[in-house]
Design a protein around this ligand. Sequence first.
Ligand code: HEM
Length: 634
Amino acid sequence: MTVITPGIDFLLRGAFVVIAPSVLFAISLNYIFHLNNIPVSTVVIVLLGALASPVYAAFKIFVSDWKERRQADRLGARLPPRAKGRFPGNLDVLRIMMQDFGTGYIGDGIAQLMKEYGPIVDTYVLWDRFLYTTCPEHIKAMLAKDFTNFEKGPEYGVNMHSVLGTGIFNSDGDRWKFHRSMTRPFFSRDRISHFDLFDRRAEIVIQKMRERSRQGLAIDFQDLMGRFTLDSATEFLFGSCVHSLNGRLPYPYNEQLLHYSNSQPSEEVADKFSDAFLQAQQIIGGRERMGWTWPLTEIWCDRTNEHMKVIDAFIAPIIKGAVQKKGLADEQKGLTGAATLDVEKKDDVSDDETLLDHLVKFTSDPVILKDEVLNIMIAGRDTTAATLTIIMYFLSTHPEVFVRLRNEVIEKVGANKRPTFDDIRDMKYLRAVINETMRLYPIVPVNMRSSIEPTVWPSPDPNEKPIYIPAKTKVGYSVLLMQRRKDLWGPDGMHHSYSHVEILLRRSHSSGLHPGFYPDAMSEEFDPDRFLDDRLKKYLISNSFAFLPFNAGPRICLGQQFAYNEMSFMIIRLLQDFDSFTLDEDAQPPETKPLPEWRNEVGTRKGMEKFFPKLGLTLYAHGGLWIKAKEASE
Ligand code: HEM
């Protein structure tokens, strides 16, 4: 059992790196002075030794910078523009970026840097190269064209390891290939049977919403969707549902006393599991943002430990059961060892098989099985729940979109019928609403890769030299900012059912500012028609890497079709049963509301938002999304 915490490990390694050059230098000096009979006091030797480490580090940085500039020159390229902060090590730049994740609006820090330096910038925090880009051509290079030259990287692996282990999400190279090829067959077919699974859970969701609606109270839709996707995922992955939908749902903060106190931690297994799952993801998400300094916040313990114990306690017996079941089945067939793998058609997946049933055909190693199942749960659960939540946010704040979508549901599926895969494929407006939500709020808003060998990327400004990317460079890419770029998505309002002037008036009305304050048209308006009218061809089809909510290339999301099906199914069911949704801002805990000063930024998403988008490992609505639903009269 390991007793060294991430913090202690970091300090020990750091101490070695910092102290070793100083000690070596001091010993050498002492020896040289002694050899030449030069009398020097120990204090001077110690001081000179202490200076050795920073001087050596500065020299190393200088030499590597110089080499890289020369290499860039030789290739007719340039290094990416570097942010010039006011504090040493660009600590003020770091502060701006961290503010985003605490009290700020998502992406603001990077956007601010990009306004000054352009769509690719080196933040150079603590003298460490860390680029950010929002250029489709750079992202395309990392994810597709030059895929083998970019990896998630060892640093990402260490940050995530205590939760993700070495599962598909957290592996590179051959290990990733092994995970991907083992898991892919499970997702590659039309698994119509999932619709049964969605239907059973959707029924409970609707019943819960009806109950709340009859009490005249708001419901936290994000919490509800978290339960819906947790129950669906646990049944789909392990064949063992946690039944979180049967647990106690939270009441609006201003109604709690009448019902029960939300502050009491629930003892239900599902709630404990769900909470541990959330906390563990929040912690590793935070590590990722803090960069290499995160171990300093975990000096006394690995903060994920207690949460992983809860998760393991739930998953371990399920995995053990699946391995035993497979062993028994093999025994009955008289198969042992490698023979089992030869005889089985591993790529064949029967309709009633869970992911775990499928994986035990490849391995009985409980660690690999746990990592894989947990990775897929993390990849698939909160992503879908949060996207559904933000779709609901847009439906409850855009009645014209709601009405149009509901008409499509009633026309294509009917008021009661269970939707089929063919129905969903036919519903163009539904797909446009989902896509437009994911354009404005991709659930993985920022991601990263690390270069292996040096490479050259095109310059965003064709009049400038291309950009040299040295080996081992970390590159963050913000899909959220890219998907809002006006040059890639066109201005708002031009094709909208409102005239441009009406939009300006609506904005000025909500902000209290004169329309003239609105500086320019932006691609920040929620407008599903972007995915239907001539803008689709003009902007998206001609530049498909401008829309990447599911990533692209060989590591594209494995669950993309599953997610579209699950989200479409849920939305259709909801729109069949309810004929209006409204955002209940009074039910929102006050400390989780968008900050009043955001409203000064008229015409931007930040200025118009009525929920607080925040980033854990993925994006979510801070404090939940409280809505009131009205039952349909039919
Ligand atoms: C709206 C819902 C979803 C969104 C927006 C989404 C988005 C993404 C993104 C951006 C990635 C790339 C991450 C990276 O490479 O760093 C990814 C990977 C992945 N997703 Fe999804 N996802 C969603 C739902 C799902 C679902 C439902 C499942 C499975 C049930 C799933 C399974 C996976 C897996 C296994 C990977 C890793 C692929 C690999 O590395 O080869 N996702 N997803």
